[in-house]
Design a protein around this ligand. Structure first.
Ligand SMILES: Nc1ncnc2c1ncn2[C@@H]1O[C@H](COP(=O)(O)OP(=O)(O)OP(=O)(O)O)[C@@H](O)[C@H]1O
Length: 680
C-alpha cells in the first residue's frame, strides 16, 4: 500500500515534521555544545566531563544520509502514550516543552512499531513506513492494523534490493517481528539463533548489542560488550553498523585477536583432536601433575628462633588446596597457609606477630624453596610444551581421556627446543587460553555476541564462554555452513561448551538471497545438514540464477564480470583459494579493474567494484552480483567442501552466475541448471 506522491499534502506535512525535528536536533546539539566542563572540581574530572560532552555532541550529529525517523504509529494505545509516535535512531525532543518528537527505536514503547500486526495491533490502528532517498523524505507506506491482511511491504523490498556498496548497513527501519523478539530478549537470557544464509542473523546480533547497550547502558559500559566474527573481512564488513546506531564502544574481534594469532599450521585431524572438549580434562590434569606430594617439613628461622612444621602437616595443607582453587591462587594460598602455621607456632611461644610477619614468612627463602619443589610456578606455555613433547607426561595427563593413538597424534613429530621457540597453532592457542584460566580466572564481559559460531571448536567455545561467564551471550550460526572438521552438529552442544543455558530460536525467512538461487544452493542441504529444512526467500528472484558450462573459464569469467559491472552494486568473483591469483591476473590482463581479498580476509587496498574472493573467506559476506568459478574445485578442496560451496552459493543479493568447465558436483547437478539467468 505505498502512499505519498510528490504533491501529496500529507507527504508535505511529513516533510515539514522532518524539518521541525531536524531543527530540534540542531538545538539539542547547540545546547550540548554550550555546556562547559569548567564546573568540574579538578583537572581529572574536567577531562572526563569534556570527553562525555564531546561524545554527547557527536551522538547528536544529524547525519544527512541517515533518516531522522523511519516510522510512525497512530492510534490510541493507552494512558500516557501519545496517539502519534515517530520512531527513529535516537530521541529528539522539543527543547522548550520537552515534547518528544522522535523516539529511539530501542525504547519500550517503540516495540509496537516492529511487533504490531493485524492479529495483535497492541492498541495501534496504523503503521506508516517512510521512504528516503539520500536524506530526503520521498514516500510513505501505510499498513492498517485493523484486522485486514497486510501485503508485503514495498519499502522493505526496496530496502533489501537497494544495491550494496561498501560495508553492511543497519536494518532498524525494517526489523521483522521474529528478529525483533531476538533483538529485545532480556540481558539475562542467552539467545542462540539457527538461521539459513541471509536470514539476518548477523544483523540481529548487532542490533541486539545496540539494544542491550541502550537498555542497560551503565552496567554494560562497565562490563563491556564484545562481538566475535570469523575473519578480518567480516569485521571490516560489519564495522560500520554499530557506530551508525550510535554505539562506538563495542569491541569487535576475531578468535585469533582474542587468543593470539597462530604461528604454525597443522593438519585438520590434529587440530580437531586438540579442539575436542576432552582436552579440558587433559590440561587440568597436566597442570596439577606439577603439584608434588611434599616429602619434607618446613623449617623457618627468625633471629635465634626456629619454627618447624612436620612433613605430614605440610602434606595436609597442600592436599586441602590441591584441585580446589585455581593453580596460581593455590600457590599463593599454600605459601600463606604455611606461614600462618608458623605464626601459630610463634604465638604458642608467647610472641605477638602481626599480619606483616605472616607475609614476610610467606616470602621467606625456606617457604619459597618448598613452594618451588611442591607447587612450582609454571606458565601455560611450559605446560603445553611438556604435554606435546613428553610422551610419558602426556600419557599421565591423558589417561582415561585419550587412547594411545590419539596421544601419539598429539605429540610433535619434531619437538621444538624449548617452550619459548615453540610455534603455536590456532588449536594450541585455545589450549593455552584454557591453561591460563586454570591458573588465573579470565575476566568476564557483560555480553558476548559470537557469529558463525558453528565453526568454533569446543575448546574455542570454552574460551569464549569464560569471557561471558558472569554475563550472557548471543550465539549466531547455521549448522549447514559449518566448514571446519570440528563444526558443531547441534546447538545444544555449543551452548554446553559455552557454559550458557540458552534457548535455540530459528530464523526461516531469507532476506539476502533470491528464491531461485536459494533453491539451487539448497540442493546441497541433504548432504551438509540432513536435519535442516530448506530455507525460503522473501523474493522469488526470477532471472537471478545462471549456471553455465563453458569451454574457457578465464574468458567466461571476464565476460561475466564485465556484464555484472554494467549493473549497479558490488560484484564478487568467488573462486577456489588456489585459483585466486590466476583469476586476478587474468582479469587484469583483460583490462578489468579488480581488488583481491587476502587469505585472512584483508582487502588489498584497491577500491575496485569487483573483488576476487577466496572461497574460504566468503563466509558472512554478501555482494549484489556473484560469479562462482568452478564449484567442483571448491567442493573438492577441503573435507567439508560441500558446506563451503553452500556458503559460496548463498552470497548473492541480486544475481548468481555459476561457471564450470568439467561439470558440477553431483549433489548440485540437475537437468534445469545450464540455462537462463543474468546475461543470457
Ligand atoms: N529485516 C530486514 N530488513 C532489511 N534487510 C534485512 C533484514 N534482515 C536482514 N536483512 C539483510 O539481509 C542480508 C543478510 O543479513 P545477514 O548478513 O545478517 O544474514 P545472516 O543470516 O547472518 O547470513 P549468513 O548466514 O550468510 O552470514 C543483509 O544485507 C541484511 O541487511
Amino acid at each position: 500500500m505505498p502512499g505519498g506522491t510528490h504533491d501529496d499534502p500529507e507527504l508535505a506535512a511529513e516533510r515539514a515534521y522532518l524539518t521541525d525535528a531536524r531543527a530540534a536536533l540542531r538545538r539539542m546539539r547547540e545546547h550540548a555544545e554550550a555546556q562547559s566542563a569548567d564546573t568540574a572540581a579538578d583537572w581529572v574530572s574536567r577531562q572526563f566531563l569534556e570527553s562525555l560532552l564531546d561524545e554527547r555532541v557527536a551522538a547528536l550529529a544529524d547525519r544527512p544520509d541517515a533518516p531522522l525517523f523511519f516510522g510512525r504509529m497512530d492510534g490510541a494505545p493507552g494512558p500516557g502514550v501519545p496517539g502519534t509516535l515517530y520512531i527513529g535512531r535516537r530521541h529528539v525532543h522539543d527543547g522548550a516543552e520537552g515534547r518528544p518528537l522522535v523516539l529511539d527505536w530501542r525504547a519500550p514503547v517503540a516495540r509496537a512499531f516492529y511487533q504490531a500486526g493485524p492479529g495483535d495491533p497492541l492498541g495501534w490502528t496504523r503503521r506508516r513506513r517512510f521512504g528516503f532517498q539520500g536524506g530526503a523524505l520521498t514516500a510513505f507506506e501505510d499498513e492498517p492494523l485493523d484486522g485486514r491482511a497486510l501485503g508485503p511491504s514495498a519499502i522493505l523490498t526496496a530496502e533489501i534490493e537497494r544495491p550494496r556498496t561498501g560495508p553492511m548497513r543497519d536494518i532498524v527501519a525494517t526489523i521483522q517481528p521474529e528478529q525483533d523478539a531476538l533483538v529485545r530478549a532480556d540481558l539475562t537470557v542467552t539467545v542462540c539463533v539457527q538461521g539459513a544464509p541471509g536470514t539476518g542473523k548477523t544483523a540481529v546480533g548487532l542490533h541486539r548489542a545496540a539494544y542491550l547497550l541502550f537498555a542497560h547502558r551503565e552496567r554494560l559500559a562497565r562490563s563491556g560488550v564484545l562481538i566475535v566474527g570469523p575473519n578480518r573481512a567480516f569485521l571490516a564488513y560489519i564495522a560500520a553498523v554499530l557506530p551508525a546506531l550510535g554505539e562506538v564502544s563495542v569491541e569487535q574481534a576475531t578468535v585469533d585477536d582474542l587468543l593470539g594469532a597462530p604461528a604454525a599450521a597443522e593438519d585438520a585431524a590434529t587440530a580437531a583432536l586438540k579442539g575436542d572438549a576432552r582436552m579440558a580434562d587433559v590440561l587440568r590434569r597436566a597442570l596439577w601433575l606439577h603439584v608434588r606430594k611434599p616429602e619434607d617439613g618446613l623449617l623457618v628461622t627468625r633471629g635465634v628462633n626456629r619454627y618447624r612444621l612436620a612433613d605430614h602437616e605440610v602434606r595436609e595443607i597442600a592436599a586441602a588446596l590441591r584441585g580446589t582453587v585455581r593453580y596460581g591462587n593455590g600457590r599463593a594460598m599454600f605459601a600463606q597457609r604455611l606461614a600462618h602455621q608458623i605464626l601459630v607456632r610463634m604465638e604458642r611461644r608467647g610472641e605477638a606477630p602481626d599480619d606483616r610477619v605472616q607475609d614476610q614468612v610467606a616470602r621467606s627463602r625456606p617457604v619459597k624453596e618448598l613452594l618451588d619443589r611442591v607447587w612450582p610456578k609454571v606458565t601455560p606455555e611450559q605446560v603445553l610444551y611438556r604435554l606435546l613433547s613428553d610422551a610419558d607426561f602426556l600419557a599421565d595427563a591423558a589417561r582415561g581421556a585419550l587412547d594411545p593413538a590419539e596421544q601419539a597424534a598429539l605429540l610433535w613429530t619434531k619437538p621444538y627446543r624449548s617452550h619459548r621457540s615453540a610455534k603455536w597453532t590456532r588449536a594450541d592457542r585455545a589450549l593455552l587460553d584454557e591453561l591460563a584460566d586454570l591458573t588465573e580466572r579470565t575476566p568476564s564481559l557483560g555480553h558476548l555476541v559470537a557469529d558463525e559460531a558453528q565453526d568454533l571448536s569446543p575448546m574455542q567455545l570454552r574460551a569464549l564462554g569464560r569471557r561471558c561467564a558472569n554475563g550472557s551471550a548471543t550465539v549466531l550460526g547455521d549448522l549447514a555452513q559449518g566448514t571446519t572438521p570440528w563444526s558443531a552438529r547441534s546447538w545444544k552442544e555449543v551452548l554446553e561448551h559455552l557454559g550458557q543455558d540458552g534457548e535455540v530460536a530459528e530464523l526461516a525467512t531469507g532476506f539476502r538471497v533470491p528464491g531461485t538461487v536459494l533453491d539451487f544452493a539448497a540442493r546441497l542441504l541433504p548432504h551438509v545438514a540432513p536435519g535442516l529444512a530448506a530455507p525460503r526467500s522473501l523474493r522469488a528472484g526470477a532471472g537471478a540464477l545462471a549456471v553455465r558450462r563453458v569451454p574457457d573459464l578465464a574468458a567466461a569469467v571476464a565476460r561475466a564480470a564485465a556484464e555484472a559491472l554494467e549493473r549497479p552494486g558490488s560484484v564478487a568473483l568467488i573462486a577456489p583459494d588456489a585459483a585466486v591469483a590466476g583469476h586476478a591476473a587474468a582479469l587484469a590482463a583483460a583490462g578489468i579493474a579488480r581488488g583481491v581479498l587476502g587469505p585472512d580476509g584483508a582487502p588489498d587496498g584497491t577500491d575496485a567494484r569487483l573483488l576476487v574472493v577466496p572461497a574460504t573467506v566468503a563466509k558472512g559476506l554478501e555482494y549484489d552480483h556473484v560469479i562462482v568459478a568452478e564449484p567442483a574445485a571448491i567442493a573438492a578442496a577441503e573435507e567439508r567442501g560441500l558446506a563451503r560451496l553452500y556458503v559460496v552459493l548463498t552470497r548473492a543479493v541480486s544475481t548468481l552466475t555459476v561457471l564450470h568447465t568439467g561439470g558440477l558436483p553431483a549433489a548440485l547437478a540437475g537437468r534445469d541448471v545450464d540455462a537462463g539467468g543474468p546475461g543470457s
